[in-house]
Design a protein around this ligand. Structure first.
Ligand SMILES: Nc1ncnc2c1ncn2[C@@H]1O[C@H](COP(=O)(O)OP(=O)(O)OP(=O)(O)O)[C@@H](O)[C@H]1O
Length: 266
């Protein structure tokens, strides 16, 4: 279980995350929503242990996050960042293999190679295995990185998977496939925390959504509980209609065109 208790994070005189508490259980997909600058990535940096809370505590499986060694943490949580800049001429397969580095010292074992094959198949990257990573498109690179991150924790029960805008740059099919995969991994026992900008994808795939505003938790609950015209306006200052998709019974958000604002910016 991931437990975040009264966490505040300050950078210099700026408070980026303010007194946030929540829990994520194995089996759960939690999506973080919020406007640009709301503090989503700052919170993610705390959850990944890249940064330490100024106040409050974060525990993973009952142990304080910042007391894990780097190696212990690599075996327990993986993060897909927004930007994974790699300028070296690796093959896509080599990038995925990097995800297994914490699991072996010299050469990957047969078990590691099996996992690499499996995650490349599940992320639709098998056919890119022998291609130079640098020559892949942005969306293809993102899928290879997803395979790398999955390779890292594939055989760890109740691992924490952190996804910072995992579907940016992906086409509609891979957006759906990536988030279905995240939901499937949660069913397998992982804890998934994802930052998304697309509220409809959040409505479709999240078990719970946390909406941030000015570094604070503004709303937290299931999509059905918290996604409505008021919460969307409160958090994004955007007007939207919220319907129920008759096929999936999930929320469907239709932003209203802001004619006045659009005209004044033309
Ligand atoms: N090290 C820092 N020092 C001061 N301010 C910072 C620092 N890092 C981030 N900020 C500010 O904190 C706020 C939150 O940033 P953060 O990247 O967490 O937002 P976000 O919700 O992820 O935004 P976006 O949707 O645009 O990616 C922003 O106003 C940002 O400029």
């Amino acid at each position: 279980m991931l437990t975040v208790e009264n966490v505040t994070y300050k950078a210099g005189k700026h408070t980026l995350v303010k007194d946030i508490s929540f829990m994520v259980h194995p089996g759960e997909v939690m999506v973080i929503l919020g406007a640009n600058g709301a503090g989503k990535s700052s919170l993610m940096r705390l959850l990944s242990a890249e940064k330490k809370p100024s106040v409050g505590s974060i525990t993973l499986s009952g142990k304080v996050l910042n007391s894990y060694t780097a190696k212990e943490l690599a075996l327990k949580r993986a993060i897909l960042n927004q930007q994974n800049i790699i300028n070296l001429d690796f093959l896509a397969m080599d990038i995925v293999q990097m995800g297994r580095y914490p699991h072996y010292s010299n050469k990957p074992a047969a078990h590691d190679l099996d996992i690499i094959t499996e995650v490349m198949a599940i992320t639709g990257t098998t056919h890119m295995a022998d291609r130079s990573f640098l020559w892949l498109s942005g969306g293809e690179q993102q899928r290879v990185h997803l395979a790398r991150v999955l390779a890292q924790i594939w055989d760890t029960p109740e691992a924490l998977l952190l996804l910072d805008e995992p579907v940016s740059g992906m086409d509609i099919l891979y957006q759906q496939q990536t988030l279905s995969l995240a939901a499937m991994l949660a069913k397998k026992g992982f804890m998934v925390v994802a930052i998304l900008h697309d509220i409809n994808l959040a409505a479709q795939y999240a078990d719970n959504i946390m909406m941030l505003k000015n570094g604070r938790k503004w709303y937290h609950g299931s999509p059905a509980e918290i996604l409505n015209t008021k919460s969307i306006y409160d958090v994004f200052e955007a007007e939207a209609d919220v319907f129920t998709n008759p096929n999936t019974l999930k929320q469907l958000i239709m932003p209203k065109v802001m004619i006045h604002q659009a005209q004044t910016t033309v």
